[in-house]
Design a protein around this ligand. Structure first.
Ligand code: UDX
Length: 397
């Protein structure tokens, strides 16, 4: 099929770290002349609508399906399955029946097995997309095996044998935190269920796309391909394509970016600033905040810290946290706090000499592309495995 006749529906898991790479993929398709519909959930679209609108003309059609969520949510997976699935199926069906340009292909986030399945049931070819590194995706696919071997019980230093190609290298503490279920001496059955569903969805898809580079992850990609029993393509790092017109005119930030920090960076010396961001989902306690802040201040370096309004729990007024940072940094201009940063511009700035990161995959790729050394504080999901590879394989520390 030629590009002009194709119509691709791109459907990300509604989280910042999944929306960003899939938007870059969608933008690359638009730039290649392909018609694209980008599908959000209602909750995400409401949040995006609070930011300034992107400049017209809109390069791709943006739609949303209900997610059953009010403004805050508890169990995203269950809610999306119950609410988004029927709406998504109906949307696909109406596109197929319309006299306009029907959807000819779906690229759905592999975190939503139903999105691949429903498209294939309706005769629309579906590709699964993974916003993760191949090494962490492989660990995820091996979850049942790890559980069988009893290698998920405690986040210890013991090497694991259940992930092919990483035997003796990966330690239990390099596996996702949610796999460790000490009370039950194994994995949480819910986590196992989710891992199995994701593995099923990538097997059901015709192709699995990973936002990674073959030059970085060839061995892990080969193992993913043999486990997934489908064609696997490394299409990343996708953010590297986002200088394109289509990506530049698409807004994806769920928080308002604070551009003021760029002027602050301009006033700092070369490679003198520690940039700190724990991504879009991690949450820390007040105890962690206080201890971490003391450590940061003790380095003597200037730092720029992304303190999302929902980073510290229980919630504290942002003003109090900012005052604590200013006091720990000794007043003056040594510390800057923002709720959300223009991260890629920050990492590109000459003043940034270190990135203290949660090792989310987008942050890891964006940082590696700019050649900024990383210090990792991983929280969950793929972050532990990414962090192990950053330190011991890729050597970006
Ligand atoms: C989540 C998981 O944590 C991550 O491990 C997984 O790979 C993807 O989903 P998240 O916590 O959002 O991701 O981290 P990350 O993958 O690093 O994505 C965050 C994105 O937000 C990056 O593209 C980053 O540039 C952007 N960001 C972050 C900003 O634009 N500004 C900020 O202040 C912080």
């Amino acid at each position: 099929m030629d590009a002009a006749a194709a119509h691709v529906l791109v459907f990300p898991w509604p989280r910042q770290g999944h929306i960003n790479p899939m938007l870059h993929l969608a933008a690359a398709l638009v730039d290649a002349g392909v018609r694209v519909t980008f599908l959000h959930t209602d909750h995400t679209l409401r949040r995006l609508a609070r930011a300034p609108p992107p400049p017209p003309p809109r390069p791709m059609r943006v739609l949303s399906v209900p997610d059953g969520l009010p403004y805050c949510f508890l169990d995203l997976m269950a809610s999306i399955c119950d609410t988004s699935r029927p709406a998504y199926r109906a949307l696909l069906l109406s596109s197929l029946l319309s006299s306009g340009a029907p959807v000819t292909c779906v690229v759905a986030d592999g975190t939503m097995p139903f999105a691949v399945q429903a498209a294939e049931e309706l005769g629309v070819p579906a590709l699964a997309f993974a916003a993760h590194s191949a090494c962490s995706y492989l660990a995820l696919l091996c979850t049942p095996r790890l559980d069988e071997l009893g290698e998920t019980a405690f986040p210890a230093d013991d090497p694991v044998r259940g992930v092919p190609g990483m035997e003796g290298f990966l330690r239990r503490r390099d596996l996702p935190r949610e796999l460790h279920c000490a009370e039950q001496g194994g994995s949480d059955p819910m986590v196992l269920k989710v891992a199995e569903a994701i593995a099923r969805s990538c097997k059901a898809a015709r192709v699995l796309l990973l936002n990674t580079a073959a030059s970085m992850e060839r061995p892990a990609l080969a193992h993913v391909a043999s486990r997934a029993a489908t064609d696997v393509f490394a299409v990343g790092p996708l953010h590297a394509a986002s200088s394109s017109r289509s990506a530049a005119s698409s807004n994806t930030s769920l928080w308002q970016e604070d551009e003021g920090c760029m002027a602050w960076l301009d006033g700092q010396g070369d490679r003198s600033v520690v940039y700190v961001s724990l991504g879009s989902l991690a949450v820390i306690t007040h105890g962690q905040f206080t201890e971490f802040l003391a450590g940061l201040a003790a380095t003597g370096h200037a730092f720029l810290w992304v303190l999302r309004p929902d980073l510290v729990r229980p919630a504290s007024p942002g003003l109090l946290l900012r005052e604590a940072v200013a006091a720990a940094a000794g007043g003056g201009d040594r510390a800057r706090v923002v709720e959300w940063a223009p991260q890629r511009d920050v990492l590109r700035h000459r003043a940034v000499g270190c990135f203290l990161t949660h090792a989310g995959w987008n942050s890891t790729l964006e940082c590696a592309a700019e050649g900024v050394p990383m210090v990792c504080w991983p929280f969950f999901a793929d972050q532990q495995t990414n962090s192990r590879f950053v330190g011991a394989v890729w050597g970006w520390t």
